[in-house]
Design a protein around this ligand. Structure first.
Ligand code: CA
Ligand code: CA
Length: 447
C-alpha cells in the first residue's frame, strides 16, 4: 500500500514537473511549431510541419515586401520564377505592404497605369449605353491587362514547399498581398504553415468588366489573400482576414454596380488537398472561401479535403465555405451574420460535395433565418448536426436543424448522408461551450 502511495505521489510530481518545465526551459517559438497529431485533414499521413526543420541560415525576420520575397527565394531578389522549397521559417514583424516599389515606397492604383489606361477612359468606353453588352475588347481593354500585370508583379507573392510564415506578435500584418501557393498538375507544393498574421485589403486595381454576369453586369477581381492550387498539407491558423480601407461598403458603384476589387480570402482549388483552417477571424468580406473552382474540374474528385474549425466568420456574404467535390469537415465555427456585408448564404453545397458540419453556432442580426445558412449548387447532400442559433444576440441559443429548415423552403431537398465520417480531429466541443473561446481567441495573438 505504502509503495503504491509513493508511486502515486511520484507520478503526480513528475506530471507537474513535465507540465511546468517546457514553458520555463523552452519558451514558445511559433516558427518551430508543427500541426498537432490528428488536427484535421492537414494531419493526414506525415502531417504538416512547414519549415520547422529549417537550418539556422533559413530563418528570417522580415519587415517589408522585398525582405519577405527574398526570404521565400533562398535570399535571392528579384526572385526566380519558382520559389524555394528548402525548409524555411519566416517571422513577419510589423506591417508589410505589397503595393510598394523596391525602395518600399507606396504605390497607388494610378502608379500601375500603363499604355494609356485610366479608369475614367475605361468607364467611358465600355459603358453599356455606349459599348453595349458585349465583353470589352480593343486597346483600352488591352491596356487594362498590361496595367493589371504591373500590379500583379508586386502583389503576387509565391510560396514554396516546406515553409512556415508566422507573425511575431498580434499586430504583424501583410497588406494588399496575394500569397500564391501553387504547384503544377504533376508536382504539388506541399507542407506549408501560415499563422498569426493579419491579412488586410487584398485588392485588384483592375477588375474585369463582365457585362453579362448577372442582370446588370459585374466587376470581377483577381487575387485572394491566400490561394492554394495543386498544393497539399497546409495549415492556416490564428490569422485575421479583413477588408478595412477597401471594405465593400466604402467602394464606389461604376456602370451601375459595385466596383468589386476583391476575390476570395482563402481559395482552395485545382486538386489541392489536406488542409486545416483553424482559429482564424474572417471579417467584412463577401466571397470568403471557395473549395473547388468549377463543376467541370473532375481532377478535384477525391481531393479538396479540408477541415475548418474554431474560426469566426463575421459580416461575410457567402462561401463560408462553398464546396465542390471535397470532403470538408466544418465544426465548432462561429458565424456572426450582420454588419455591412449583405448575407447571401454560408455553406455552399456544390457538385459532389460532402460537407460534414457539426456543432457550429450562428448569431443573426438582420432577419436571416436558418434556411439561409446553406445553399445548393448542384450538390445533393450535407451532414449537419449540433447547430445552435440566436435571433439575434444575446443568448440563449436554440438548437436548429438547418438542413430541415433549408428543405422546408427549397426543392429539391438536400439529403443527410454524405458518405463519410471524419476521423482526423482532436475534439468536437459542445456548441455552446466553444463559442466564447472562439470569439476571444481566434485570430493573431502575442506569444
Ligand atoms: Ca480566387
Ligand atoms: Ca423541400
Amino acid at each position: 500500500m505504502r509503495v503504491l502511495k509513493l508511486t502515486l505521489v511520484l507520478a503526480c510530481l513528475l506530471a507537474v514537473i513535465t507540465a511546468v518545465l517546457p514553458t520555463h526551459a523552452d519558451p514558445r517559438d511559433l516558427g518551430r511549431e508543427t500541426l498537432a497529431l490528428n488536427d484535421g485533414w492537414a494531419a493526414e499521413g506525415a502531417g504538416t510541419t512547414g519549415g520547422a526543420a529549417a537550418t539556422a541560415d533559413q530563418v528570417y525576420v522580415v519587415t517589408n515586401r522585398q525582405e519577405l520575397v527574398a526570404a521565400l527565394n533562398n535570399g535571392v531578389y528579384p526572385p526566380p520564377s519558382n520559389p524555394s522549397d528548402v525548409p524555411k521559417i519566416i517571422y513577419v514583424s510589423g506591417v508589410i505592404d505589397a503595393n510598394v516599389d523596391d525602395n518600399n515606397q507606396p504605390l497607388v492604383c494610378e502608379d500601375y497605369y500603363r499604355d494609356g489606361y485610366t479608369l475614367d477612359a475605361f468607364l467611358a468606353t465600355y459603358d453599356p449605353a455606349v459599348w453595349g453588352r458585349t465583353p470589352p475588347s480593343g486597346p483600352l481593354e488591352d491596356a487594362r491587362l498590361v496595367s493589371r500585370n504591373a500590379q500583379q508583379a508586386r502583389v503576387r507573392i509565391r510560396v514554396g514547399s516546406n515553409t512556415t510564415i508566422v507573425g511575431m506578435d498580434k499586430d504583424a500584418t501583410i497588406r494588399g498581398a496575394w500569397l500564391d501557393l501553387r504547384g503544377t498538375t504533376s508536382v504539388n507544393r506541399t507542407n506549408i504553415i501560415i499563422r498569426n498574421l493579419n491579412f488586410e485589403d487584398t485588392y485588384d486595381c483592375f477588375p474585369a468588366w463582365s457585362p453579362t454576369d448577372g442582370a446588370l453586369g459585374s466587376w470581377n477581381a483577381l487575387y485572394d489573400s491566400i490561394s492554394l492550387r495543386n498544393t497539399d498539407h497546409v495549415w492556416i491558423d490564428h490569422n485575421r482576414f479583413e477588408d478595412v480601407t477597401t471594405a465593400d461598403h466604402l467602394l464606389p458603384h461604376y456602370l451601375g454596380v459595385l466596383y468589386q476589387v476583391h476575390d476570395g480570402l482563402v481559395d482552395i482549388t485545382n486538386a489541392s488537398d489536406f488542409v486545416t483552417v483553424s482559429w482564424n477571424r474572417l471579417l467584412n468580406h463577401d466571397k470568403v472561401m471557395l473549395i473547388g473552382s468549377s463543376d467541370g474540374a473532375i481532377a478535384d474528385r477525391g481531393k479538396l479535403r479540408v477541415t475548418l474549425h474554431h474560426n469566426l466568420f463575421a459580416s461575410t456574404g457567402q462561401r463560408t465555405p462553398r464546396v465542390r467535390f471535397g470532403q470538408v469537415h466544418v465544426y465548432n465555427n462561429v458565424y456572426k451574420i450582420g454588419g455591412h456585408v449583405p448575407h447571401v448564404y454560408n455553406w455552399g453545397v456544390g457538385i459532389e460535395s460532402a460537407i460534414y458540419a457539426e456543432n457550429n453556432l450562428f448569431t443573426v442580426a438582420n432577419g436571416v433565418t436558418p434556411d439561409m445558412f446553406m445553399a445548393r449548387f448542384n450538390g445533393t447532400a450535407v451532414h449537419e448536426t449540433g447547430t445552435l442559433w440566436s435571433p439575434p444576440l444575446p443568448p440563449p441559443y436554440q438548437p436548429v436543424d438547418a438542413r430541415a429548415a433549408y428543405n422546408a423552403v427549397n426543392d429539391p431537398d438536400l439529403a443527410g448522408d454524405v458518405g463519410w465520417t471524419p476521423t482526423l480531429f482532436i475534439e468536437v466541443e459542445p456548441t455552446q461551450q466553444m463559442a466564447r473561446p472562439v470569439l476571444r481567441n481566434a485570430g493573431p495573438f502575442d506569444w
